[in-house]
Design a protein around this ligand. Structure first.
Ligand code: UDP
Length: 316
C-alpha cells in the first residue's frame, strides 16, 4: 500500500516496487502527465544548497526513495523508507509492463549518441515499446522551445530526462506544464547504463547497498567528490535533522515542515492605528523588523527547516 514518509523534510511516496510499476503505468496510460523524481543521498545534499531543487521536489507528483543511504538513515530516524525505488530498476520494469500496451517513451539527455543506443537496446528487449524520439542533453537554452515542440509532437506517454541532479529536476519543474499528458521522469545516469557506456554494479553489490562504491570505482574522477565528501555531508544533514527533531520533541513543538518554510504567504500589510508600520501575520502582529527576519529566514531555506524552534526564534 502506498503511503507518504517525511524524511529530511521532503515527502516521499513509499510503496513496494511492483506497486510503483502499477501506479506509474496507470498514470502514463491515462495520460495524467506530471513529475516523477527519484531522490538519493546526493539529491538530498544538493537540495540542501539549491532552493530551485527543493521547490522542484515539493511540486512533484511522485517522489521515490533511491538508494541505501536514504534507506539506512531514514530507518535510523524512525521514519523508514524501506523500498529502494531507483529508476535504473523501475524504468525497464515499467517498459516491460507497458510494451504490450505500446507504451511510448522519449529519451532526453546524456551525451550525443547515448540516448539513441539506450533507446535501441531497450526496444530490442521489449518489442511493442515505442521509441517516440531521442535528444541528447547538451543543447543550448535557446533550443529548448524547439525541443519542447518536438516532444509535444511525438506525444510520448513517458519523457525520460537524464541530465543529472539538479538540472533534470529543475528542467522538468520548469517545462512539464508545457507537456500536457506526458509524464516527465528524472533518471540521472540511466542512459549511460542502458547504452552500456558505464557498467552497472553486479547484483550482489547492489543487494548489500554498495552500488555507490561500484560507481565510484567506475568513474572516480567525476564522482569522488559526490561520494567521498557528499556522503559525509549527508550524514551531517541526517544528524542535524535528528537533533532538530529531538529538540522539537523536548520543547514540545511540532516539527516545522519544508513546505511551511518555503511557502509562507507574503504577509499582507495592514495599517494598525497608533502602532506605526506593522503587518498582520496570521493572528500575530509583526513589525517591519519582523519582515526582514522573514526574508532572511526564507533565504536560509532548507537548513532552517531542520533547525529547532529555539534557534528559529533567535535567527528568525
Ligand atoms: N548530462 C546531460 N547534460 C548535461 C550534463 C549531464 O545530459 O548538461 C548527462 C550526463 O551525460 C549523464 C547524466 O546527465 O548521462 C548524469 O549522470 P549522473 O550519473 O551524474 O546522474 P545521477 O547520478 O545524478 O543520477
Amino acid at each position: 500500500m502506498a503511503n507518504t514518509v517525511s524524511f529530511l523534510n521532503a515527502r516521499f511516496d513509499q510503496m513496494p516496487p511492483d506497486e510503483a510499476v502499477e501506479v506509474l503505468l496507470e498514470r502514463l496510460l491515462n495520460r495524467q502527465g506530471g513529475r516523477v523524481y527519484y531522490a538519493n543521498a546526493h539529491t538530498m545534499v544538493t537540495a540542501a544548497k539549491n532552493k530551485a531543487l527543493v521547490e522542484a521536489l515539493e511540486r512533484k507528483d511522485l517522489l521515490l526513495a533511491d538508494g541505501s543511504g536514504v534507506r539506512w538513515s531514514s530507518t535510523l530516524l524512525g521514519t523508514p523508507l524501506i523500498y529502494n525505488l531507483n529508476g535504473t530498476d523501475l524504468v525497464p520494469a515499467l517498459c516491460k509492463a507497458g510494451a504490450s500496451e505500446n507504451l511510448s517513451v522519449y529519451f532526453l539527455g546524456a551525451k550525443p549518441g547515448v540516448a539513441e543506443d539506450a533507446a535501441t537496446n531497450l526496444a530490442k528487449v521489449y518489442p511493442g515499446l515505442v521509441i517516440a524520439g531521442v535528444q541528447h542533453g547538451y543543447f543550448l537554452k535557446e533550443d529548448t522551445p524547439k525541443i519542447l515542440e518536438a516532444i509535444r509532437e511525438a506525444r510520448p506517454h513517458l519523457l525520460l530526462v537524464a541530465m543529472g541532479v539538479p538540472m533534470q529536476e529543475i528542467w522538468i519543474d520548469q517545462y512539464s506544464s508545457q507537456l500536457p499528458g506526458i509524464t516527465c521522469m528524472g533518471v540521472g545516469g540511466l542512459f549511460d547504463f542502458m547504452a552500456e557506456r558505464v557498467p552497472r554494479a553486479p547484483h550482489h553489490i547492489r543487494e548489500v547497498g554498495m552500488e555507490w562504491l561500484w560507481r565510484l570505482m567506475m568513474e572516480p574522477s567525476r564522482l569522488w567528490k559526490r561520494y567521498l565528501i557528499g556522503n559525509f555531508v549527508f550524514l551531517g544533514l541526517v544528524i542535524a535533522y535528528a537533533f532538530g527533531k529531538l529538540l522539537n520533541k523536548l520543547t514540545n513543538k511540532a516539527p516545522v515542515s519544508l513546505e511551511s518554510q518555503q511557502l509562507d504567504p507574503i504577509p499582507e500589510v495592514v495599517p494598525v492605528p497608533g502602532a506605526g508600520h506593522q503587518e498582520a501575520v496570521g493572528t500575530k502582529m509583526r513589525t517591519t523588523k519582523g519582515k526582514d527576519l522573514l526574508k532572511k529566514r526564507s533565504k536560509l531555506g532548507w537548513f532552517r527547516a531542520v533547525s529547532p524552534p529555539v534557534l528559529k526564534k533567535k535567527c528568525g
